[in-house]
Design a protein around this ligand. Sequence first.
Ligand SMILES: Nc1ncnc2c1ncn2[C@@H]1O[C@H](COP(=O)(O)OP(=O)(O)O)[C@@H](O)[C@H]1O
Ligand SMILES: [Mg+2]
Length: 253
Amino acid sequence: MTHAPVTLSVENITVTFGNDVPAILDLSLQVAEGEFVAIVGPSGCGKSTLLKVISGLLPARSGHIRLPASEAGHKPKIGFMFQRDTLLPWATVTSNIAVGCELSGMPKEQHAARVAELIALVRLTGYENHYPGALSGGMRQRVSLARLLAYDPDIFLMDEPFGALDYQTKIVMGRELLRIWEASRRSIIFVTHDIEEAVALADRVIVMSPRPGRLVASHESLFERPRDPRSLRGDARFGALVQTIWSELAIAD
Ligand SMILES: Nc1ncnc2c1ncn2[C@@H]1O[C@H](COP(=O)(O)OP(=O)(O)O)[C@@H](O)[C@H]1O
Ligand SMILES: [Mg+2]
């Protein structure tokens, strides 16, 4: 993937809150077009902070975020997905997904067709008129994913998107995400504290130290695409990489 143009370049970012120990210290990272990067690290190491800085929600004390314009000249669009869904509780599945179309600037008359397509893609057919409160956690995250796809960002920032789901649903959602991503290949930064999830999904796994968050290691994935994250878990190389990352997290302690 290193031959692909760079979509995002994080250069020597340091973030501080007040006079405390920095939350992030001199962190640099490049993400290529279409690359799926996972970031793992202990709780409080600055993963969410890093995503906020990348999206422009939070200023860095020093360093730069570079988002090179594409050949067509447009600036990359950034979309966010969180652990807790941020759906509108008073709006149906259809209306919630249409918010993404609205934000993308898509002409109104195209919304209905696009929303229908996305509902089928995330396997929510039959739930078009349900409200978020009537859906399971996994289904709500499917709606959030559909809304994100409707917004059509170039870079997906995903902050522990399946972290609140039970183990089985989390595995299913990981597989769903890969199925959808493999068809569109946008850049993803996927934050998780689940090492197995990171290794199963990503092209590259970045390991962060405890606060102040620094980059400890970066591992290129050994696994071909398309892949089935469920069957990968039985592969000896999968277990070996998970162990390596565990030991890096322990060393960083
Ligand atoms: N707005 C804030 N004000 C002060 N400290 C903060 C703020 N946001 C995050 N922090 C601190 O910065 C560190 C990194 O937080 P965060 O990025 O949320 O970690 P992670 O997502 O890796 O669990 C933590 O120690 C947290 O308490
Ligand atoms: Mg976090």
